[in-house]
Design a binder for this molecule. Structure first.
Ligand code: PHE
Length: 468
């Protein structure tokens, strides 16, 4: 009788079917566009080797600490981001909301960028010469410089979110986990193929040397900040996504070890991406950059000069596609868990509604780049606030303000409200496992990590977009 009663009131939650599946899914969230089009350019600007070393230290001592906090809260509460805070201390619910809202915004524009990636896979297969003839204008065309961007804003993004929705429909272990078990090895394979192609280009060794050369004189406070911000973004921290993924963990899973694997995997992908991009850029004399303009326009200069460039270009955008899909899936899952659990909406219904809403809002991200400003119907934030477009402004707000703020509140919550002892208990909860670095972790989560995030947050806002 009582069992039946229980069943009525508790939604059946998803659960990872294996440690490997969980590790790959969380690594899939972490490994995204940031690893491939932000990390290499930042490593280059940060002076190469010294940046890599600092980045690794930041991941080990700061990123992993924050990630472990999110997993511990998630598994302890077995809830979505808002539900988790609700169970531990309802006053902090707002921090959960912040994660959900930020994730929602990021998710909307990630769909569009995923669509552009799809557009480029097709372009490199069907008309590479059109891309090579004038890379920048080709990119502008995708964004709507020559008329309504039907493909770039509507058709390709719709396919992209459609794939995500299909995977999400199949559930946590049957969908997300299964998809990542294919996509993550795919990412590793493509990365290695492209790495070999890049470093065997004539002149590529200069790029390899640049990345291996450690010169601490290149380290400025700006470089360290850039590495800190990159680490948080890359590890998907601050949106409570790792809370949601952690909430599907079985109690016997070793959280500490899993955090280690996920951080290692994400960092390896970033570093290998550096060794894929920078040598090719050195070999061809292309300017190493960061972000979409670099990945969609500048890199065409690399592929144009490379033998087999159209083929390797298509593989590169395929790599970006896998990376973007696994991250987008995690972004949407965070919101799905929130809506379906907090408002008791059926999971499939939630996916359809969310997918459509996110897609529709996202369309304006692409339109705001060139189409609407050109048509003169978009209010011109560009001049007043010195932001290139409304879309870039949104990206700035999420990356520089909301994500660090989410991460900061989360650490303060775990360190000072829920308290580290409870997180440690959760980590050690099968009784057989001792979390050896528990003391160190407590100190980090209470003092070091919040201070580090606070600095990133303040400097990111003060220096605005000038710090990359
Ligand atoms: N970590 C992803 C990347 O490196 C971005 C992301 C952030 C994805 C937050 C999900 C959540 O691109």
């Amino acid at each position: 009788m009582s069992l039946k009663h229980e069943h009525h009131h508790h939604h059946k939650r998803g659960e990872w079917s294996s440690s490997l599946g969980f590790i790959l899914a969380a690594a899939g969230s972490a490994v995204g566009l940031g690893n491939i089009w932000k990390f290499p350019g930042r490593a280059y600007r940060g002076g190469g080797g010294a940046f890599l070393l600092v980045y690794i230290l930041i991941v080990v001592f700061i990123g992993s600490v924050a990630m472990l906090s999110e997993f511990a809260v998630g598994r302890n509460t077995n809830s979505n981001a808002v539900g988790a805070f609700n169970k531990l201390n309802p006053k902090w619910k707002i921090a959960g909301w912040l994660g959900i809202i930020t994730g929602f915004i990021v998710s909307c524009y990630y769909i569009q960028v995923g669509g552009w990636v799809l557009n480029y896979i097709i372009a490199y297969v069907t008309e590479p010469s059109a891309v090579f003839a004038d890379p920048l204008n080709y990119f502008y065309g995708v964004l709507g410089a020559n008329g309504f961007p039907l493909m770039g804003a509507i058709v390709y993004p719709a396919i992209f979110i459609g794939i995500c929705m299909f995977v999400l429909f199949k559930g946590v272990s049957g969908g997300i986990e299964k998809f990542n078990k294919i996509a993550m090895p795919g990412i590793v394979f493509l990365l290695l193929v492209l790495l070999v192609r890049s470093v065997t280009m004539p002149g590529a060794m200069e790029g390899v040397k640049y990345l291996l050369h450690v010169d601490f004189k290149t380290l400025t406070s700006g470089t360290i900040l850039s590495a800190l911000g990159q680490a948080f973004y890359s590890l998907s921290i601050g949106l409570a996504i790792m809370v949601t993924y952690g909430s599907y963990l079985k109690k016997e899973e070793n959280i500490v070890k899993n955090v280690g694997y996920i951080c290692f995997f994400d960092t390896m992908v970033a570093i290998v991406a550096g060794f894929m991009i920078i040598p090719a850029v050195f070999a061809t004399g292309v300017d190493p950059g960061i972000g979409g303009g670099f990945a969609f326009a500048s890199l065409a200069g690399v592929f144009h000069q490379m033998s087999g460039g159209a083929f390797f270009g298509a593989l590169f955008y395929l790599l970006l596609l896998f990376a973007a899909l696994t991250s987008e899936i995690s972004l949407v899952e965070g919101t799905i868990a929130f809506i379906s659990e907090e408002y008791h909406v059926n999971r499939k219904k939630t996916i359809i509604i969310l997918g459509v809403v996110m897609f529709v809002i996202g369309v304006f991200y692409t339109l705001s780049q060139l189409y609407l400003p050109i048509k003169g119907v978009w209010f011109d934030l560009a001049n007043g606030l010195q932001f290139p477009s409304f879309g870039d402004f949104l990206e700035f707000v999420t990356d520089r303000l909301l994500m660090p703020l989410g991460a900061l509140l989360f650490c303060i919550f775990v360190g000072w409200v829920w308290r580290p002892e409870n997180a440690i208990k959760e980590v050690e909860q099968d009784g057989a496992f001792t979390f050896k670095l528990a003391k160190l972790w407590s100190v980090m989560v209470k003092f070091v990590v919040p201070v580090a995030i606070f600095i990133v947050l303040v400097c990111g806002l003060v220096f605005g977009m000038s710090i990359s």
